[in-house]
Design a protein around this ligand. Structure first.
Ligand code: ZN
Length: 167
């Protein structure tokens, strides 16, 4: 296992469309393990492959208090959503920013697990929000993209300033 470097906004690698995982092999399982370790270390409740500069459709999520309910989802897609809710979100790729985002409050997600089995998962509340946030990453969408243009500009300026300071 290894800790991976998290790509930070406004890095353009966060804007790409991640490719479907065609074959679930040792490399993909290794990437999933490393992503989980990186997420727990950060600490965060979710991480998508583009955040570690891997352009594949793979996410890891754990919203449990005990940090022992890891979900590794390959090629996840939202097949149903309903309701609406607002929650404060942050992102490991946008450090220091917490903003309220409006999303669906229930989702049904179809994905494959690390053994290649197709599964369907229904979620609400925090898990639903986290899944939408992480699946957005696979489509090059960040939570800041859901905010007003004014807020996006402020966050971008702050991020660019931080990058200048820290290289
Ligand atoms: Zn994120």
């Amino acid at each position: 296992m290894a800790l991976l470097k998290i790509v930070e906004y406004p890095d353009t690698r966060l804007k790409g469309l991640a490719q479907p995982v065609a074959r679930i092999d040792r490399e993909i399982r290794q990437l999933a393990d490393d992503m989980a370790e990186t997420m727990y270390d950060a600490p965060g409740i979710g991480l998508a492959a583009p955040q570690v500069a891997a352009g594949q459709r793979l996410i890891v999520v754990d919203v449990s208090d005990g940090r022992n309910e890891l979900l590794t989802l390959i090629n996840p897609e939202i097949i149903e959503k309903s309701g609406e809710e607002e929650m404060k979100e942050g992102c490991l790729s946008v450090p220091g920013v917490l903003e309220t985002v409006r999303r669906a409050d229930r989702v049904k997600v179809r994905a494959q697990d690390v053994s290649g089995k197709t599964l369907e998962l229904e979620a609400d509340g925090l898990l639903a929000v986290c899944l939408q946030h992480e699946i957005d990453h696979l489509n090059g969408v960040l939570f800041v993209d859901h905010l007003s243009r004014l807020k996006q500009n402020l966050i971008r300026r702050k991020a660019e300033k931080r990058m200048r300071q820290h290289g």
